[in-house]
Ligand binder design. Structure first.
Ligand code: GLY
Ligand code: MN
Ligand code: MN
Length: 461
């Protein structure tokens, strides 16, 4: 993205701070993995959103008058020989469009001066370990100077509230990246589906990790930096474990495979789930449940548009799933009643225990309030039918063009005495990524087929 986009975002933040406010936004620290190896570095999403800068050891400071200061790692030839190129503070203003830059080593010495005579200091609360204490240290240093006439900020405020609202609606550049991320991820899913059928046809020992390798291959070949989250590749009964990772379980003829995987591209996540027959042919019970989940997803997609509430797709999903569970005999009407009872008593929860979606963006479970800001004061109470707990409800967020969310219904059938054997251990989820538009939504993840016939045709080929 061009620097002007980051500069515009910094200006919007500055305008929210008030003239005498100041904001401090660190990036993420490096994370040790074992001994002297670190995990692959991932920048902080808020910091990157405002700078486009992906080096560690950096902090951005924005003041209410619109000026920005970057603290970043200084040039150091010896460290750069070992760890790689650093931009350095001398080059940062021209490269990133910030007004001033200094070495990160100077942060503690310079911050008290920057905080002097400000009324409020803003930073992301409860994200950066130790930041609250560090801010307190800077404020203490300012206070030591008040007898010389300096004013010390009287307020500390959470910058997440400002940045979350900004990040919730994706601009045209962000939408373009997310479309491309969806296309790359879709190709990864296609590749994994094909390999599963091919290896089984050849009588080879297929494992979940073989399919995981196909995903990664396609992500990296497509220019993605890494998966946006730990890929789930779940064969057979593993699909009923919601946060299963790709393991070593054999992928068996006759079972389903659930893959939930998406690449991260230029800092943006995609998040796709497909469930397919390992050998390329659905059995009768597998297809029946699959078609139910797909119908519930279609119902959710049909109500996803600007003006709808965030919860509308979930409610549409639940209606279809609840009716289908009764029709297919997963739920016994003699015990649970009609579809309305299933919904009210949440009887469907035995087989569908998660929500139908979440915001998607720089983080796979992206930031942004799920409550409509103009209605936060409208609180109602209801009793949870399963736990008996009293729950406070606020009106759900009204969708606007440019918001991006996942639509991901599922059914997970763990063996139980009240459940027909033919459905035991089947786990199905179908997940697509939707950009909200005025009259509907654009699914950016449909480069991989979702209809059972199309999946079977793809896997035959
Ligand atoms: N992959 C995480 C999720 O679907 O929410
Ligand atoms: Mn998801
Ligand atoms: Mn997912």
């Amino acid at each position: 993205m061009s620097n002007s986009i980051y500069a515009q975002r910094r200006s919007r933040v500055a305008a929210s701070l008030g003239r005498d406010g100041i904001a401090v936004i660190p990036t993420a620290p490096e994370q040790p993995r074992n001994r002297d190896s670190d995990f692959l570095y991932r920048h902080d999403s808020y910091f990157y959103y405002l700078t486009g800068f992906d080096e560690p050891n950096a902090t951005l400071v924005i003041t209410g008058d619109g000026s920005s200061t970057l603290f970043c790692a200084p040039k150091d030839l010896e460290r750069e020989i070992w760890d790689g190129y650093r931009l350095g503070p001398e080059a940062a203003p021209a490269a990133l469009g910030v007004n001033t830059a200094h070495s990160t080593a100077e942060l503690d010495a310079r911050m008290p001066k920057l905080l002097e005579n400000r009324d409020a200091v803003w930073y992301p609360f409860a994200i950066h370990e130790g930041l609250e204490g560090r801010v307190a240290g800077w404020l203490a240093a300012v206070r030591a100077r008040v007898r010389y006439g300096a004013l010390c900020p009287e307020q500390q405020r959470d910058l997440c509230a400002v940045l979350d609202e900004m990040r919730l609606v994706k601009d045209a550049h962000e939408q373009d990246i997310m479309r491309r991320a969806g296309q790359i991820s879709a190709r990864g899913h296609i590749r994994a589906m094909k390999l599963s059928a091919l290896m089984l046809r050849d009588g080879r020992d297929v494992r979940e990790y073989h399919l995981d390798a196909e995903l990664l291959h396609e992500f990296r070949m497509g220019g993605s930096e890494y998966p946006a989250y730990s890929s789930i590749v779940a064969a057979g009964a593993n699909a009923c474990v919601l946060h299963y990772r790709a393991g070593a379980t054999p992928v068996r003829d006759g079972e389903l495979v659930l893959i939930d995987a998406g690449c991260e591209l230029e800092g943006y996540a995609s998040d796709i789930t497909r469930t397919f027959p390992a050998n390329g042919r659905f059995s009768g019970p597998q297809r029946a449940l699959y078609e139910l989940v797909l119908a519930s997803q279609e119902a959710a997609i049909a109500v996803t548009r600007a003006g709808a509430r965030f919860t509308d797709p979930h409610d549409a999903t639940v209606k279809v799933l609840a009716q289908g569970m009764l029709d297919l005999g997963l739920l016994d009407a003699n015990q649970v009643g009609n579809v309305q009872d299933v919904i009210e008593k949440r009887a469907y929860f035995q087989f569908y225990m998660h929500r139908t979606g979440h915001w998607l963006g720089m983080d796979v479970h992206d930031c942004g309030s799920y409550v409509e800001p103009s209605q936060v004061g409208e609180v109602s109470e209801r009793k949870d039918p399963l736990s008996g707990e009293l729950i406070k409800n606020r009106p759900s967020r009204i969708l606007r063009p440019g918001m991006v969310l996942t639509i991901e219904p599922g059914i997970y059938v763990r063996p139980a005495p009240n459940v027909p054997d033919r459905f035991h251990n089947i786990g199905i989820r179908i997940e697509d990524d939707a950009i909200v538009g005025d009259t509907g939504c654009e699914l950016v993840s449909r480069g991989v087929p979702v209809r059972p016939d199309e999946i079977e045709a793809l896997m035959r080929g």
